[in-house]
Design a protein around this ligand. Sequence first.
Ligand code: C2E
Ligand code: CA
Ligand code: CA
Length: 671
Amino acid sequence: MRVVSRSLTIKQMATVSGLAVIVISIFIVIQLFHFVQQRRMDYATQMENIAHTVRKPLSEAVLKADIPQAERILASLKPAGILSRADVVLPNAFQALRSDFASEKAVPRLVARLFELPVQITVPLYSVDPPNPKPLAYLVLQADSWRVYQFILSALATMVTTYLLLALILSVAIGWCLNRLMVHPLRKIARELQALPTHAVAGHQLPMPPLHRDDELGMLVRSYNRNQQVLARLHADYGRQATHYPLSELPNRTLFLALLEQYLAGSSALAPFSVLVIRIDTLHDGGMMNDVQRDALLLTLVGRLRGTLDASTVLAQLNDTDFAVLARRAGTPFRAMQLARALQHLLSQPLPLEGIRLRPRASIGIAQRDGQSLSAEALLRRAISAMMSARHHNAQPILFFDPQLTERAQNRLNIEHSILTALEQEQFVLFLQPQTDMRDGALVGAEALLRMRLADGSYGLPDEFITNAEETSMMGELGRWVLEESCRLLAGWQARGITLPLSVNLSALQLRDTGMVGHLRELLQRHRIRPGQLILELTETAQVGEPQQALALLQEICDAGVAIALDDFGMGYANLHCLSQFKSLPISKLKMDRSFVAALPEDDSMVRIVAAIGHITGLSVIAEGVESAEQRDWLLARGITLAQGYFYAQPLSWQAFNLRYFPTRSDEEPA
Ligand code: C2E
Ligand code: CA
Ligand code: CA
C-alpha cells in the first residue's frame, strides 16, 4: 500500500503561506504609496513656510537688483536641511539666481518616476513698495530627493519584516489548529485501516473520533460503518446460500431489498409499480431429486424467468424456492396480473429432466405500491404473504396482497377475454342513433354506437365497457373493427344513393396509435367513401395530453377527408384552449354534453355558454341526450337546432334504422 508522500500538513502550510505572501505584497504596495504621498505633502508644507520667511527681504533685494544680498538670503536657507536647491526665476523663465545646497545623490530613475520626485514648490515674489500685482520673480525650492528615497527604503524594510513575521506566526497557528482538528484524526483512521489484517476487514467498524460526532469526519466514519454492516449482511447471506447462490447468480434478499429501497427513494412521487414473489415448490421436493437435478432445474427456471423479463425488471432469489421480481412497468393491477400470468405459464411448462418429467407449480403473490408510501421491507412482506395465500389457494395461484386488486385484475382479464371471443364470434354490431334538425324533424346524420350481443340475445354495452377495454390491450383492435364496420355501412348507403354522414367515436387510445391514420386511409379508399361522409367524434380528454402530436394527427385525419366533432363538449377543462388550437382544422360540430341538457330547464348556464361558444366560433352545436319536448323548446330558444336523443330515437340496429328512415329503399344489410 502507498504511504503518504506529501502530508496534508505540508500541503496546507504551503497553500496558507503562498496566499499570505500574495496578500501581504498587495498590502505593502498600497501602504507604501500612502506613506510616501504623506511625506511629500509634509515637505511641501515645510518648504512653503521657509519660502514665506524670506519672501519679503528677497523681493526687496530683487527689486533693487542687489544680487549679493539675494544670494546671501538664499544661502541662509541651507540650514533648513531638507532643501537641495533654491532658485530665483524671472517671469520670462530666465533663471536669475541659483544655489545648490547638497551635492544631490542620484535617486534610481524608476523610484523617481513612481513617486514623482523631486518635490518642488514655486512661490511668487511681489514688489511691496511701490505695490505691483504682477510678480517680480519666482522663488523655486526643491526638496532633497535622496532623503525621500532613504525614507522609502526604511519604510519598505520595516513593513516587509513586520508583515512577514505576522504571516509566519498566523500560518503556524492556523496550521497547528487544522492539524489537530483534521489531520490527526484522519491519520489515525488511515493508520488503523492500513494495519487491518485481511481476515478482520469484513464487519470492521471504526471508533467515532471524540469531538467529531457532528461534523464531516463523523459522517465519514458513520457511512463507513454502515457500509461495512451492509457488506457483512450480504456476506452472511452468501455464506448461508452458498449451495445455490453462485449457481443462479441472482441478487439475494438483502441486495433486492437494498435495490428496492433505492428505487423507492428515487422513483417519482409514488409512481405505482409491483413487487412479485414467486414460490416454486418443485425446487423443494425433498428426496425426489438429487443435487445435480435440482441445480439443473433451478438453472432452467431462472433462464426462463430471465428470458421473459425486460431490462427494467429486477429478478432476485430470496431463498431455495422463492424469487422476487421488482416490476417497474407493472403500474396497474392488470399489468401486474398479466406479467404474473405470463411468468406462471412459462414456469409451468413441462421439464424433461434427466429421466423425470416435471411440471413445476408456481404460486405468485403481488404487492403494489399504489399511491401509498411503504417501506421496501413492508412491500416485500406483503408480496410474500400474498404468495403464501396463493399457495394454499388451489384455484387461484396468483393473488394480490389487496384482495380487491385480485378481483379488479381478474375482471379486466375477463373483459379482455370476452372482447377477444366476441370479436372472433362476430358478436359486436354497430347501432345507429339519428341526429335531427329540431326545427323540422329532418334527419341530418347518425352516430354509430357499439353494441355487444348479450347472453339473453339482446344487444347492449355493459357499464364501463369502453373504459375497461381501454385499460386492456383490446381497445386498439376493437376500435379498428368499429372503423371498418362504419365504412362498410357507409359504403352500403352510398351504393343506394344515401348521403347521410355517419359519426363514429374514436377512443383516446386510438388517437395515440400511429398506425391509425394509415388504416383509416386504406379503409376510405377500399370503400370509396366520399369526403365529409365520415365524422370522427373525439372526446375532449382524448385531445389533452400531447397536444402537438394530437394536432398533427388530426391534421392528417382532416387531409384524408374525414371531419371531426368534439364529443362531450364542455366537460373537459381544456375546451377553449383546445378550440383556439384547432382553429385551423375543419371541426364540423361541437357535441354538447348530455349532462347539460339533462339540467334543463332548472340550470341553463352551460347550455348558454356552449351556444355562445358555437356562435363565436361559427361551429354548429348538437345537443346530446334530448329526452323531452320541453328540452327541445329550450334549446331551440337558445339557437341550438341539432339534437340527438331518446326524444327522437333510441340507438337502432342497422335494419331498424334503415326501415324507419329510408323505407322506400331496400333495407338489406350491405354485402
Ligand atoms: P357518447 O359518445 O356520448 O354516446 C352517446 C351515448 O348517449 C350513447 O350511450 C347513447 O346511447 C346515449 N344516449 C343517446 N341519447 C340519449 C338520451 O336521450 N338520454 C340518455 N340518457 N342517453 C342517451 P352508449 O351507447 O351507452 O355509449 C356510451 C359511451 O361509450 C359513448 O358516449 C362513447 O363514449 C362510448 N362508445 C360507444 N360506442 C363506441 C365506439 O364504437 N367506439 C368508442 N371508442 N367509444 C364508443
Ligand atoms: Ca359520441
Ligand atoms: Ca357524448
